[in-house]
Unconditional design. Structure first.
Length: 176
């Protein structure tokens, strides 16, 4: 569990049509229930050393109130995160477009690696722990060759725009 993921420290209603502020629980509960079994595509945006943006699709999952994703050590996202952990992750959830902003850091402790690998396996990706990384017989081409580093997002800010009732747009800020 993370201290900053439980509840936002502040929220701001961004809706211009009079809809109420969206509760963080709406986004959090969809992430918890739909990842990794639903067909969700997450996009992680990182910053290259020269300041240019980079974005790539990732298989992210919500485990114990945190978002995790993988990347091979040679991928652009992993090389970018090694220099600058700032990133954003975007996903279209059922009825809610979501952008998560924060810092992603590599996870190397065996208990977290085992826990996250188990959730990936439950969702259909046969991940296992190898040393301080994950491996599996297959993955998305954008992940690079195995083994894959596991990253955990420390959430700073999130934005949600609801395309289904109840509509609305909200910014959530988290302690970090």
């Amino acid at each position: 569990m993370t201290d900053n993921m439980n509840e936002p420290v502040s929220t701001r209603n961004l809706d211009q049509y009079g809809s109420a502020e969206l509760p963080w629980s709406r986004a959090r509960d969809i992430l918890a229930s739909d990842s990794p079994t639903a067909d969700l595509t997450f996009f992680v945006a990182t910053v290259r050393p020269d300041g240019r943006p980079h974005s790539a699709g990732v298989g992210a999952i919500w485990v114990d109130d945190a978002l995790y994703f993988v990347g091979g050590p040679g991928t652009r996202r992993s090389r970018n995160l090694a220099v600058n952990p700032a990133c954003s992750i975007s996903v279209r959830l059922p009825g809610l477009d979501l952008v998560l902003e924060g810092d992603a850091h590599r996870v190397t402790d065996s208990s977290t690696l085992e826990r996250v690998a188990g959730v990936y396996r439950d969702g259909g990706w046969p991940a296992s722990v190898e040393g301080d990384a994950l491996t599996a017989p297959f993955t998305a081409p954008s992940a690079g060759p195995p083994p894959w580093h596991l990253y955990r997002l420390t959430l700073h800010t999130a934005f949600g725009v609801a395309g289904a009732e109840p509509h609305g747009a909200t910014r959530w800020d988290f302690a970090h």
